[in-house]
Design a protein around this ligand. Structure first.
Ligand SMILES: Cc1cc2nc3c(=O)[nH]c(=O)nc-3n(C[C@H](O)[C@H](O)[C@H](O)COP(=O)(O)OP(=O)(O)OC[C@H]3O[C@@H](n4cnc5c(N)ncnc54)[C@H](O)[C@@H]3O)c2cc1C
Length: 415
C-alpha cells in the first residue's frame, strides 16, 4: 500500500485551495482525489458572474474561478487524480478509492483533508405529496442540464426555495426564454444573497411568495400544476390558503446537505446543526490528522470564503505533518441567540494568534453586535450594520481572550 503525506478528497475550490495552501507551507507529497473527470467542482456549471470578488478582486464567472484555482494547483505540480472515487476512510487514515485505470486501491495517508462539497435536498427529502410525474428536478441538476449539457428542462417553471441557487436559476431560465411563474419560499425571507434578490428576481419582475410552500404536485406523465399554500410561523400549511399554478417543471432549491458519508465511515463526529464535521480552530475533526473545509464542513455563501477556509485547512495540515499542531485541551463553542451553527465548535486553549469564526445568522438583524462570551461573561464584541441569513458572518478573536475559558465559549447576537 502506497503512503502519501496528504490526501485531499474533492477537487473543487475547497480541495484545490487546500492543496495550494499545503504546498505553500512545504508539503511535497500531496494527492487530490476527484471523482469527476474535471477539477473545479460545482463551479464548472456556474456560468454566471459574482465569483472571486474578495480573493482575486475581480468579478469572475464560476468557470473562470475554477480555471484560476486549478491553474494554481497545476503550476505547483500538485498531483490530481480525476475520475477517482474515494469509497471509504478508516480511522487509521487508510483511504480506499477506485478509478478506471487502477481499479480498487488503498492509500495510507499521514493527513487527510475532507473537501467533498455538498448535495441538494430532493423531493423525497421534502416529502411533497402528489403525482410521481416527470418535471420535478433540483435546481443544481437543472443548472447542469442548461450549462453543461445544453438542454432546457422546462418552459413554465415554479421554483421552490429562494436560496442562491434558486435565485440564479430563476434569472437563467428567464434569460433562456422560459417563463418563471413564481418563486415560493417557506421562510418569511430569502436565504440568498441580497444582490441575488435584486439582480435575479427584482430586475426580472419574477413574482415571489414568502411564508409559502408547495403542498401538492399534479400531473400525469409530466407536471401540469403545483398547489401552493401559505404557512404559519411553525411552517405548517394553513388550510384554505391554497392556490394552483399551472407549470411543466418544479425546480427544488430547498437547501444543501454536506456530503459526509466518508466522514461517517471514519467515525468522525458530525454536528447535528451544520451536518458537517465538528472541528477545532485548526479545522481538525475528531480524528487527529483529518481536516475538513468548504461546503462539506458547512454550507457557505461565497466561494471566496470556501477558498480561504481551504487554504487554512491546507496550512494546518502542513503544521500537523510537521508535528506543530497543539494537542492541548479544547473548550466547546456554543451557538447562542441568533447564531446558527458557529464553526469551529471547539477551540484549543494553548496557541497564539487569532481564531476565525463563521456562522449563519438565524434571522435578519439590523444594527446589531456579535458577542463572544467566555464562561458566561461577554469578552469581545463586533458591531455589524446588518446580519441576514443569506450571508455568512465571520470575525476573528484574539486567542488570548479565549484562552481564559474554563467551561465554554458562546457566540451570540445582541440586538
Ligand atoms: C448554483 C450556485 C451558484 C453559486 N453562486 C455563487 C456566486 O455567485 N458567488 C460565489 O462566490 N459563490 C457562489 N456559489 C457557491 C460556491 O460555488 C461554492 O460554495 C463552492 O464552489 C463550493 O466548493 P467546494 O469545494 O466546497 O465544493 P464542490 O465545488 O462541490 O467540490 C466538491 C468536489 O468533491 C468531489 N467529491 C465528492 N465526493 C467525492 C468522493 N467520494 N471522491 C472523490 N471526489 C469527491 C466532487 O465531485 C466535487 O468536485 C454558488 C454555488 C452554486 C451551486
Amino acid at each position: 500500500m502506497r503512503t502519501v503525506d496528504l490526501v485531499i478528497i474533492g477537487g473543487g475550490s475547497a480541495g484545490l485551495s487546500a492543496a495550494v495552501g499545503a504546498r505553500k507551507q512545504g508539503v511535497e507529497d500531496i494527492l487530490v482525489l476527484e471523482r469527476s473527470p474535471y477539477l473545479g467542482g460545482i463551479l464548472r456549471q456556474c456560468i454566471h458572474n459574482g465569483f472571486g470578488v474578495h480573493k482575486y478582486k475581480e468579478d469572475l464567472t464560476g468557470v473562470e474561478f475554477a480555471k484560476r484555482i486549478a491553474d494554481e494547483a497545476r503550476a505547483l505540480n500538485i498531483t490530481c487524480m480525476c475520475e477517482t472515487f474515494a469509497l471509504s476512510i478508516s480511522p487509521e487514515k487508510v483511504v480506499t478509492a477506485m478509478n478506471p485505470s487502477s481499479g480498487l486501491f488503498t492509500i495510507q495517508a499521514r493527513a487527510i483533508i475532507l473537501a467533498m462539497g455538498c448535495r441538494e435536498r430532493s423531493r423525497g427529502a421534502l416529502m411533497i405529496p402528489g403525482s410521481r410525474c416527470a418535471g420535478v428536478i433540483t435546481a443544481g441538476t437543472a443548472q447542469r442540464y442548461l450549462n453543461l449539457e445544453g438542454y432546457l428542462p422546462g418552459k413554465r417553471i415554479v421554483i421552490l426555495g429562494s436560496g442562491d441557487i434558486g435565485l440564479i436559476m430563476a434569472r437563467q431560465f428567464t434569460v433562456e426564454g422560459a417563463k418563471v411563474e413564481r418563486v415560493v419560499e417557506i421562510m418569511p425571507y430569502s436565504s440568498g444573497l441580497a444582490r441575488n434578490i435584486s439582480q435575479c428576481i427584482e430586475d426580472f419582475d419574477i413574482p415571489i411568495s414568502y411564508s409559502s410552500t408547495v403542498t401538492q404536485i399534479k400531473g400525469h406523465g409530466r407536471v401540469s400544476s403545483v398547489v401552493v399554500s401559505k404557512v404559519d410561523e411553525k411552517r405548517r400549511p394553513i388550510p384554505g390558503t391554497e392556490f394552483e399554478i399551472p407549470c411543466d417543471t418544479l425546480l427544488i432549491s430547498a437547501g444543501l446537505i454536506p456530503e459526509n458519508e466518508l466522514s461517517k465511515s471514519a467515525g468522525i463526529e458530525l454536528s447535528p446543526v451544520t451536518k458537517g464535521a465538528v472541528v477545532d480552530d485548526y479545522l481538525m475533526t475528531s480524528l487527529p490528522g483529518v481536516f475538513s473545509c468548504g461546503n462539506v464542513l458547512h454550507v457557505h455563501d461565497l466561494v471566496d470564503h470556501v477558498s480561504a477556509e481551504g487554504t487554512q485547512a491546507g496550512a494546518n495540515a502542513a503544521r500537523y505533518l510537521r508535528g506543530e499542531v497543539e494537542t492541548s485541551e479544547t473548550v466547546p463553542v456554543e451557538s447562542g441567540f441568533g447564531v446558527n451553527g458557529a464553526v469551529p465548535q471547539k477551540v484549543r486553549r494553548a496557541g497564539t494568534g487569532k481564531v476565525d469564526f463563521m456562522f449563519r445568522p438565524r434571522d435578519k438583524f439590523p444594527a446589531c453586535r456579535i458577542c463572544v462570551d467566555v464562561d458566561g461573561v461577554c469578552a469581545a464584541t463586533y458591531h455589524r450594520p446588518v446580519l441576514t441569513p443569506g450571508e455568512m458572518c465571520s470575525f476573528s478573536v484574539d486567542r488570548s481572550v479565549l484562552a481564559k475559558a474554563k467551561e465554554k465559549i458562546a457566540v451570540r447576537v445582541e440586538v
